[in-house]
Design a protein around this ligand. Sequence first.
Ligand code: DX5
Ligand code: ZN
Length: 219
Amino acid sequence: MPLTERHVAPSILSADFANLVAQVREVMDAGARVIHCDVMDGHFVPPITFGPIIVSALRDALPDETYLDVHLMIESPEKHVAEFAKAGADGITIHAESTPHIDYTLSAIRDAGAKAGLVVCPATPPEHFGQAELDLALIMTVNPGWGGQPFLRNQLEKIRRVRAMLGDGVPVEVDGGINPQTAADCAEAGATWFVAGSAIFGSDDPAATFREIAAAAGC
Ligand code: DX5
Ligand code: ZN
């Protein structure tokens, strides 16, 4: 799948985990190809979610063309990236704040056969993106750790700066508080991948909401 295509990536964080595969299939039937998986360790961020076992279960249950976009909110990600790649992650994104070994960890992701993404928290400046080779830049538009938080509008300027730094060849992904209105704002600023959790899975009709965000984002 060419990463330069525009995508809305439903985040399973807000899905019903007792019906996870059915919920993911519903948004895939509506056109989703990228599924965002939020891994939290209780240290880098307070909540704990899941590890490679769920990634592997999704890999087995979903069509091969599904792109599993794994967002690691964990300390020492360098110790775990190979395991997530083995579980079937197509892309693995690490936090610049989570390790002193950013370049090493991005290389380890690529060596393991996955696309390497780098993400920064809202208060972290975007200069990290110019310092390492990466396949995807993710900009948090809320503080990491929880779904359902309001979009931080002061990140729009960071999106513009990162798009100008990286050119058109690298996807700029946004994560947090994305709905049809904020997706349109982020698209205007240069984002091309749009993660949405509670807006999609918290809605009465996840498929319709997925299509609404995709239309607003110009997908
Ligand atoms: C938050 C996660 C997000 C989360 C977004 O730390 O990285 O992916 O699911 O949730 P919403 O779309 O509800 O802001
Ligand atoms: Zn995320």
